[in-house]
Design a protein around this ligand. Structure first.
Ligand SMILES: Cc1ncc(COP(=O)(O)O)c(C=O)c1O
Length: 393
């Protein structure tokens, strides 16, 4: 079967970024990339801060943060006053885990598609409280219906105090039917935390219609915000109960200011984040999404072909707009976290291509992304050179 055509490039988009042109940047998913205009917006804010730190911090910063949060929440379809800015998804997850009141005998249910650091956070909170962590296996090829069925069967009403699910998974690049999962959990009285690290900028209004108790997503991946920008949306019944990790001067102001004011910090990533949305809008939000998803799908086919993977064996993300794609690596390659990390570094050094190598369910996977700064020939070059690199032991 022939490889479909790549999407038309978005003219001028590559010039919006300061990425090293000698490298193919095919892993936007891990740490994003900040457009030059957004970097400049943040630098102007830093200049303002350094011109008069006292005035910057004491005159109007809390309101500026609230104004920014409302703007970002509107883009995501979240309640502007039912959300709080946090530094990253990991922090949002930690805030939720320590706020839900876990106790001995409770259980936190998650899936084997969850993010590693989130699993570690669940395990630590369980150790601290005497709760237990249970991880549900879900096959990579499971349909939405099968996922919902597995979760329905996995819930233990009265014991499961929190269900943690990903909206779009990291290791397996799979869309989960989050709204349906939340519906099932609600029938059983189980609160749900949605890890939506990749959703902002990738999925349209990802918070709207989900109905989760907690939803947290990064704007510093696909929404072009400076690093350190994430939004935690909290359902009304939890807002009085949610506690920040660090108690500071806005503690008595309640939600969300008590979460947002975390003492002396650099708040300029948040204030500059709307410039990221401006960049997306100037290129066309839907056009960016469609381009990125189509380019990632193209890259998956090109590199999959080069590795001799049949198109039917290339995992499908299960919905439109997903700009993360997986390719199975040859058996025995990248099967442990250490082996995956070493291979990722070797591909970066030897092929001048930044990719993600994941080990999941006992096998290694290459994860490629598509972004407006990428071109079809970057995947073609990787495909041409990767088999020889993998053949060297
Ligand atoms: C699914 C998922 N959850 C959580 C995170 C953590 O994000 P951060 O490092 O910004 O906290 C990531 C990062 O890639 C992720 O993919």
């Amino acid at each position: 079967m022939s490889v479909p055509n790549p999407p038309e490039p978005i003219p001028g988009a590559r010039l919006l970024f300061s990425l090293d042109p000698a490298v193919s940047h095919l892993n936007h998913g891990s740490f994003g990339a900040v457009p030059i205009g957004v970097q400049r917006a943040q630098q102007r804010l830093r200049d303002e801060m350094e011109a008069n730190p006292l005035r910057f911090f004491t005159q109007g910063l809390v309101d500026r943060i609230a104004h920014t949060r409302r703007h970002l929440a509107g883009f995501l379809g979240a309640d502007p006053d039912g959300s709080a800015l946090v530094g990253n998804t990991t922090t949002g997850v930690a805030v939720v885990l320590q706020s839900v009141g876990l106790k001995a005998g409770d259980e936190v249910l998650s899936t084997d598609h969850g993010y590693g650091a989130v699993s570690l956070a669940i395990q630590r909170e369980c150790r601290r409280t005497g709760a237990v962590s249970r991880v549900l296996p879900i096959p990579l090829a499971a349909t939405d219906e099968q996922i919902v069925q597995s979760i329905r069967a996995g819930l233990r009403p009265g014991r499961t105090r929190l269900l943690v699910v990903d909206q779009l998974t990291s290791a397996t690049a799979k869309l989960f039917p989050t709204a349906a999962i939340v519906g099932v959990a609600r029938e059983h009285g189980v609160p749900v935390l949605v890890d939506a690290a990749h959703a902002p900028g990738m999925l349209p209004t990802p918070v709207a219609g989900i109905g989760a108790d907690f939803w947290v997503g990064n704007l510093h991946k696909w929404a072009y915000a400076p690093r350190g920008t994430a939004l935690l949306a909290v359902a009304p019944q939890w807002r009085d109960r949610i506690e920040p990790l660090v108690v500071s001067w806005e503690q008595e102001s309640g939600f969300p200011a008590r979460l947002e004011w975390q003492a002396t910090l650099d708040y300029t990533p948040w204030l500059a984040a709307p410039a990221g949305l401006f960049t997306m809008r100037s290129l066309g939000v839907d056009r960016v999404r469609e381009h990125n998803a189509a380019l990632a799908a193209y890259g998956q086919r090109v590199v999959g072909d080069a590795l001799g993977v049949a198109p039917a064996d290339l995992p499908d993300p299960g919905g439109p707009g997903v700009a993360l794609r997986l390719i199975p690596l040859p058996a025995g390659t990248g099967t442990t976290i250490d082996a995956a990390r070493a291979l990722q570094a070797r591909i970066g050094e030897r092929l001048a291509a930044e990719v993600a190598v994941m080990s999941w369910s006992g096998r290694g996977w290459l994860r490629l992304t598509g972004q407006v700064y990428n071109a079809a020939d970057e995947y073609e070059r990787l495909g041409a050179r990767l088999p020889a690199l993998l053949a060297q032991r």
